[in-house]
Design a protein around this ligand. Structure first.
Ligand SMILES: *Cc1c(COP(=O)(O)O)cnc(C)c1O
Length: 438
């Protein structure tokens, strides 16, 4: 543990899991279910501050998941909390939106090069679904192209699992290979003259896979194909937004989309997402009926303005790049000194950390488990996240712990078996029939 005097325990978490199993289906659902993580991973937490998390047993962790993205500046960042508290005294959900909604929309339009307007909602799925509707309203066409295995949310049209959905809900989805212009062109051809929109993730950040930044050729071909056919180009920046750039992530490859979907960190953990669009898509955005009881909450909007202030006025991004690079090179050196080989892919501030020669992930699961019980929370098959509160000292402390974790893994290597919970679920997560190219 970070506090060497304290022993890691998970008694309270176990008790809570047992209680949850009775009143919450499966004990937990969606991406928050730890059923597919190593057994030692805590399901419930009590407190979060800066880079640190405390679980219900009081174990402290340096957290490299950042709430799966929403934590950008550090949990409970003082200026964001101040803005939220000030707004809380005025109004949150009311009969109409607060005046700060206009200011927030102006801020996004001024910061994001392609954006001429903004609409706000709660979750990333709201924003991607609105983008889909907007593309269809704009083109009066039906087909939506998305990359195989790319995550765009949990609505029936994009859900990674089949349970509770019907094939008709994906009837107009076609899939292409990310970073492969030929495959995108083939998907356009297969769709005939019926393409409403093309979804592209900010970069390739699929679970269990090495990550890839978009190539300029791929991004350019997506732009050209959309321009040629009138389809709208949609960048899904829900996960990567503001972690790669202070603009839309595809600004890094010089391509402007027509629509971009945002969520996760735009209000540093407060519930807010957004659809941003260019002038071309404004009339369509005005036509579609999209809303929600809580979409106009003022507290998250105040938190977002405070977050955007930090994004514009501080070196938050450069700091994440620096600590992320430190972590990456430290881990690479450690791994090889203990006789392991890691594949660390994607931007350093959103690292995917996989082991070579680990087809059933027993090394990955073994290593993150050893790190976890010593106080470092790393995800074995999803990209991790660096937040701006992470200091060089935090990275040094992390590396001390991961070094011990590699040493412990090396000792146990011969005795490690296949990961049972993974074997059972692996097939479903890799259900390629869902996004098979047609
Ligand atoms: C998380 C995510 C979504 C969905 O966002 P929610 O807030 O979970 O609905 C969509 N796209 C990407 C790329 C994501 O990472």
């Amino acid at each position: 543990m970070l506090d060497k005097a304290k022993m890691w325990t998970n008694q309270r978490n176990k008790e809570l899991r047992d209680r949850a199993a009775k009143v919450i289906p499966g004990g937990m659902y969606g991406h928050q279910s730890t059923a597919i993580l190593p057994d030692v991973y805590p399901q419930f937490f009590r407190r979060a501050e800066g880079t640190r998390l405390w679980d219900t047993d009081g174990n402290e962790y340096i957290d490299y998941m950042c709430a799966f993205g929403p934590n950008l500046l550090g949990y409970r960042h003082p200026s964001v909390e101040d803005a939220a508290t000030t707004q809380q005294r005025l109004c949150d959900t009311a009969t109409g939106p607060s005046e700060i909604m206009v200011e927030l929309a102006e801020r996004f339009v001024s910061m994001i090069s392609h954006a001429d307007w903004a609409m706000f909602c709660k979750n990333g799925t709201d924003a991607t679904t609105m983008a889909m509707m907007c593309a269809r309203a704009h083109t009066k066409k039906r087909k939506i192209l998305a990359a195989k295995k790319a995550y765009h949310g949990a609505a029936p049209w994009c859900n990674p699992y089949v349970a509770g959905t019907v094939p008709e809900e994906r009837a107009h989805m076609l899939y292409y290979e990310y970073n492969n212009p030929q495959s995108l062109e083939d998907a356009f051809r297969a769709a005939g003259d019926d393409v409403a929109g093309v979804f592209a993730s900010a970069f390739r950040h699929d679970v269990f896979e090495d990550q890839e930044l978009p190539t300029p050729e791929f991004a350019q071909s997506a732009r050209d194909l959309c321009d040629r056919t009138g389809a709208l180009l949609i960048v899904d920046d829900v996960r990567a937004g503001f972690r790669l750039a202070r603009d839309c992530s595809w600004s890094t490859v010089g391509i402007q989309p027509d629509l971009s979907a945002w969520g996760k960190c735009i209000a540093n953990g407060y519930p807010l997402s957004a659809l941003l669009g260019s002038e071309k898509a404004r009339a369509a955005a005005q036509k579609i009926f999209v809303t929600g009881s809580f979409w106009f909450q003022a507290i998250p909007m105040a938190a977002a303005i405070a977050t955007l202030n930090q994004i514009q006025k501080t070196d938050y991004l450069e700091r994440m790049e620096k600590t992320g690079a430190m972590l990456r090179s430290g881990l690479a050196t450690q791994a090889s000194s203990h006789g392991f080989s890691l594949r660390q892919t994607g931007p350093v501030q959103m690292p995917m950390i996989l082991f070579d020669d680990d087809p059933d992930m027993r090394l990955g699961y073994g290593w993150v488990s050893e790190a976890l019980t010593r106080g470092v929370y790393i995800h074995p098959w999803h990209n991790n996240f660096i937040c701006a509160a992470l200091t060089e000292n935090d990275v040094k402390l992390t590396l001390e712990i991961t070094d011990e974790a590699f040493a412990a893994l090396k000792k146990k290597r011969a005795t490690l078996g296949p990961v049972p919970q993974l074997a059972a679920r692996f097939a479903r997560l890799h259900d390629e029939s869902l996004t098979a190219a047609r």
